[in-house]
Design a protein around this ligand. Structure first.
Ligand code: B12
Length: 210
């Protein structure tokens, strides 16, 4: 549908004003909010994720597309709520204790939000206890841990152990430059993703089969 394609394209170029105008147009054309979200905004963000993964575009492109996505979601949110559209899942995420890097985590949030997830972001330098408390309170579908330092990545181990010892069996995905699939296995995290888009694909596939 033309208006939905236009939304996807304008999102990819980061044209927030056009995205917002086109959402209004789509609503006036009686396209449902869920279709606007899935076939316009999320579709556009999916393409951005794939291009980023392929190295065809870079972080600034992702960030401007994300800004347009956020603007679009803001306009669409009341219509989605009124139509009773449920988020695809909830991601609880944070950068582990001792670590202040947040750019990678922000990209992970953007990609998950783009895939229709609700995000609960605990920020940076997050102690294991805070993850535990939030996991109990928020009951997310997946928990994401980020670390960029070889020293702080050890705190992923502490966090996973504390969550498991306290009976939290929610799937955990870890990521960040020094981490690896082997490391994820060794600390009994459920998933490891090299990039934000890989993470979305893994979690989406996993939740679709449960
Ligand atoms: C920017 C940066 C900083 C900024 C952070 C600003 C911010 N707001 O985030 C500042 C200046 C604060 C900083 C500080 C430090 N930094 Co620094 N920093 C970097 C740098 C240049 C870029 C990191 C980055 O943002 N990359 C871009 C993002 C998009 O990539 P990413 O984080 O890897 O995330 C991607 C994936 O890994 C994945 N991902 C990440 N997290 C997660 C989580 C999940 C769940 C999933 C699924 C995926 C995922 O998805 C992302 C997108 O695909 C790197 C070098 C580098 N090239 O990586 C050094 C680097 C990480 N820093 C380093 C160091 C040593 C430090 C300091 C200790 C320096 C110092 N002596 O003070 C401090 C530590 C501060 C602290 N306690 O955390 C070292 C780490 C070495 C090591 N292996 O331990 C690096 C590698 C530089 C180097 N070569 O020495 N740093």
């Amino acid at each position: 549908m033309k208006t939905l394609n236009d939304i996807s394209e304008q999102l990819q170029t980061g044209n927030s004003d056009e995205v917002i105008r086109l959402i209004g147009k789509a609503l006036a054309e009686k396209i449902t909010p869920a279709i606007i979200l899935n076939n316009g905004l999320i579709q556009g963000m999916d393409i951005i994720g794939k291009k980023f993964k392929a190295g065809e575009i870079f972080i600034p492109n992702v960030l401007i597309a994300a800004r347009a996505m956020n603007g679009g979601i803001e306009i669409l949110e009341p219509h989605l709520a009124a139509a009773g559209v449920e988020p695809k899942g909830k991601l609880l995420i944070g950068t582990v204790h001792g670590d202040l890097h947040n750019i990678g985590k922000t990209l992970v949030n953007i990609m998950f939000k783009g895939a229709g997830f609700k995000i609960v972001d605990l920020g940076v330098n997050v102690p294991a206890e805070k993850f535990l408390e939030a996991a109990k309170q928020e009951k997310p579908d997946v928990i994401g841990l980020s670390a960029l330092l070889t020293t702080t990545m050890l705190n992923m181990n502490t966090t996973v152990s504390l969550l498991r010892e306290n009976g939290i069996n929610i799937p955990i995905i870890i990521g960040g430059a020094p981490t690896s699939a082997q490391y994820a296995d060794s600390i009994k995290a459920d998933f490891w993703a090299q990039t934000a888009s890989d993470g979305v694909e893994m979690v989406r596939d996993y939740l679709a089969t449960t």
